[in-house]
Design a protein around this ligand. Structure first.
Ligand SMILES: Nc1ncnc2c1ncn2[C@@H]1O[C@H](COP(=O)(O)OP(=O)(O)OP(=O)(O)O)[C@@H](O)[C@H]1O
Ligand SMILES: [Mg+2]
Length: 298
């Protein structure tokens, strides 16, 4: 008999208040103990889907089950005991130090509201050591580099002891050393039977580290599977409109080398356009002429 999936997404739809249909009938499931790359172009719905999983966003229709239990019947605090969120950056740090930020990860588990136990403190100190941020523990987190901040956010999620970690673009601001560093941490963490779903634009990095990848395009699921089988030149062309070389290096790792845009860049000049500028996701804004004539990418 098949094992119960850790995460199961059934017919998920998310329509925003303005009517935009960002996630369209997505269904897939993931087992425990896997590192999973969530891949797709800007605006294809990756962050939206992740926010539906932990109910940061309401679900329009469909369901999300964690360990067989629907999130629809659970409070956000209950979900936080199973699902940790690692955002790309922390917008409001409220002057918290590194230690205090990591401790926030323990809050879903605190027995006495607002009082941390010795056990919580030990967990936080261990995590700061593990992720190489102990020396920064008294530093306000708005005074950290992007790489340090990312490690703090992962340490915070780690002490939450989740079953599922949702990681949104962990390496976008990091140099190559820290990119590898973050992926190594995530790899080590999933060995403890946790699954990490990682949205990331570096396909080669995902292909190298992930057990599985989930590919999205325009709100829909395109493929789920082993990156070595799923990531092909045809898929990159279909999903990104980009001609790429997909190869295998001398260590047997997949790499993706984008070569050129496969679509048709046509600049249209809209004369006497007085409408306010809009960016609706389906069109890209190419530039604004000083004469206030707008150039729009078809
Ligand atoms: N609050 C909102 N209201 C309306 N539309 C939204 C809202 N948030 C996001 N969108 C739209 O939903 C679509 C999906 O956005 P989302 O942030 O999920 O994409 P993404 O795949 O994470 O992109 P990226 O790779 O750029 O982070 C986009 O077209 C975006 O403009
Ligand atoms: Mg996103």
């Amino acid at each position: 008999m098949d094992e119960q999936p850790l995460l199961e997404i059934r017919g998920l739809n998310k329509i925003y208040d303005n009517g935009f249909h960002a996630v369209r009938d997505v269904s897939f499931s993931l087992p425990a103990g896997k590192l999973v790359g969530l891949i797709g172009p800007n605006g294809c719905g990756k962050s939206t889907m992740m926010r539906c999983i932990n109910k940061m966003h309401s679900i329009t229709s469909g369901d999300v089950l964690i360990d067989g239990r629907s999130v629809l019947d659970q409070s956000v605090t209950e979900i936080a005991k199973q699902v940790a969120n690692v955002p790309a950056e922390l917008k409001n740090s409220f002057g918290l130090t590194v230690y205090e930020t990591v401790m926030l990860g323990r809050y879903p588990h605190l027995r006495n509201l607002w009082w941390e136990t010795d056990e919580d403190e030990t967990e936080v100190i261990d995590a700061m050591e593990k992720f190489g941020i102990k020396h920064l523990q008294d530093r306000p987190i708005n005074m950290l580099s992007s790489g340090e901040m990312q490690r703090v956010l992962i340490a915070k999620a780690y002490v939450q002891e989740p079953r599922l970690m949702l990681v949104d673009e962990p390496t976008s601001h990091l140099d190559m050393k820290y990119k590898l560093n973050v992926m190594e941490y995530l790899r080590a963490m999933v060995k403890q039977n946790m699954t990490a779903l990682v949205a990331e634009h570096d396909i080669s990095l995902m292909a190298r580290y992930c057990d599985l990848c989930v590919i999205m395009k325009k709100g829909q699921l395109v493929a789920v599977g082993n990156p070595k089988e799923v990531i092909t030149e045809d898929l990159v062309r279909d999903v990104y409109d980009v001609i790429a070389n997909v190869g295998v290096d001398k260590d047997g790792e997949i790499y993706v080398l984008p070569k050129k845009f496969a679509g048709d860049y046509r600049l249209r000049r809209l004369r006497n356009c007085s409408a306010p500028l809009r960016f609706d996701g389906s069109r890209g804004l190419a530039g604004v002429a000083p004469s206030m004539l707008y150039y729009v990418l078809d």
